[in-house]
Design a protein around this ligand. Structure first.
Ligand code: T4K
Length: 391
């Protein structure tokens, strides 16, 4: 790794890149290879590869126990888990979500001919602003989906009372929040249900995968049937279902990764602390903090570049990419500016000022078990040099 002291040392100014191989924001964390191969062998021996097999059932129990919740319904990915939860709750018409989220939150609705209605976020937490949600309610609103962006807190009580006032369900897209708590209680225990993603780039992965956590027995049962085409018994279909089943090999990966979950969180926490120390004194750069009184997974290193910074957000991104640091602008430009939704609401930006501002300011930096202190010090020295130099 080269040493970056001044703007002259930057790849964007002609020097060689700091890293030979690209550094990703979310390289998969992988637990014991030996244990995984052992479980893979068991799956082959048992000749049971999918459809509620023994690995999936064990995995569901462990994830439910981990979150202290009654049910974990495992699925093939987080998007299908969202779709099934939305369908099982009977949502239709319009559903309120933030625009500042991964596009899957909106797609899971529009894929089922439900209109996503975008409400603005709180500028500091990056999650739904209850006052904005209130403003977007119409007679066609049938539900609210809060997104626990970056695994951070969301105003659960205020959102729940809006939902209760209008007699509509509240659910959460908790794709980022595996292993996090809110006011001391594990996520999965709030609203009607909460949806997880176990995609390869999430700090806890099952290759691809997702799940819905809920304490509602009936809802859990409906979702279990829906993920298997709606079959109840061999020849009897009682719901419009889909194929949302998790495979045994995905569940095996999940079981192995669960064994290493504490080390994965600790690696993320140490990375977060190093970033915090290194970026502390840089004007115009704010590292989003984690609330130390809650359980966190520390999986996202999110910085916001304000106008006080001498370099623009996109200049920093360009400079980091030149160093082979593939920092990301998640979730720019906001769902409302993506083609399918832009056409639906050409003027929605007018009611989403905080979304626009945050989406224009955020950068995500690499973390996870493949990132260490030396790497972070090189990344942050590049950011320091980039902000000391050009626009
Ligand atoms: N709700 C929210 C709030 C979400 O953030 C997501 C997913 C969902 C719902 C839906 O859950 P899933 O249906 O995905 O389970 C990603 C992921 O595709 C997506 O899962 C995730 N959120 C979103 C935040 O990010 P990209 O474009 O960053 O991922 P991808 O696959 O291009 O990978 C990023 C980089 O990581 C690559 O450039 C290379 C590296 N990588 C990737 C993979 C897949 C690896 O090193 N190894 C790998 O195996 O979208």
């Amino acid at each position: 790794m080269k040493s970056i002291q001044t703007p002259r040392d930057l790849a964007i100014n002609g020097a060689s890149p700091a890293f030979e191989e690209p550094l990703h924001v979310g390289r998969p964390n992988i637990g014991s290879r030996e244990n995984f191969l052992e479980l893979a062998g068991q799956i082959l021996d048992q000749h049971w590869l999918s459809n509620n097999g023994p690995m999936v059932r064990k995995f569901e129990q462990r994830v439910a126990d981990y979150h202290d919740v009654r049910h974990c319904v495992a699925m093939c990915n987080g998007t299908v888990a969202l779709e099934i939860a939305i369908r099982a709750l009977g949502l239709e018409g319009e559903v309120i979500i933030p625009s500042y989220t991964f596009i899957a939150t909106a797609h899971a609705l529009s894929w089922q001919a439900i209109t996503p209605v975008f409400a603005d976020i709180d500028i500091t937490t990056h999650t739904l602003d209850p006052a904005a949600v209130r403003r977007m309610i119409t007679p066609r609103t049938t539900g609210i989906i809060g997104v626990r962006l970056w695994g951070r807190s969301i105003p659960v009580e205020e959102l729940q009372s809006i939902a209760d006032e209008h007699d509509i369900p509240l659910m959460f897209d908790s794709a980022h929040a595996f292993g996090c708590s809110y006011k001391g209680k594990m996520i999965g225990n709030f609203g009607a249900c909460e949806v997880l993603s176990f995609h390869a780039t999430k700090f806890f992965n099952t290759f691809e995968g997702g799940a819905v956590l809920t304490n509602d027995d009936k809802l859990a049962e409906t979702m279990r049937l829906m993920r298997n085409f709606g079959f109840s018994g061999l020849d009897n279909v009682i719901h419009p279902g889909t194929n949302g089943k998790m495979t045994e090999i995905a569940a095996a990966m999940g079981l192995v990764n669960l064994d290493s979950i504490d080390e994965m969180v600790e690696a993320n926490r140490l990375n977060y602390m190093t970033y915090r120390d290194e970026l502390d004194a840089l004007p115009g750069i704010r590292l989003l903090s984690y609330d130390g009184s809650e359980r966190n997974n520390y999986q996202y290193i999110v910085i916001e570049i304000s106008n006080e910074c001498t370099a623009s957000r996109d200049h920093i991104i360009k400079g980091l990419h030149a160093e082979n640091v593939l920092a990301r602008r998640y979730f720019w430009p906001g769902c409302h500016n993506m083609t399918p939704y832009k056409e639906l609401y050409p003027h929605s930006g007018l009611v989403l000022p905080n979304t626009q501002q945050v989406a224009d300011r955020v950068i995500l930096l690499p973390t996870g078990t493949t990132i260490n202190k030396d790497i972070i010090q090189t990344i942050t020295s590049a950011i320091r040099a980039l902000t000391a130099g050009a626009q």
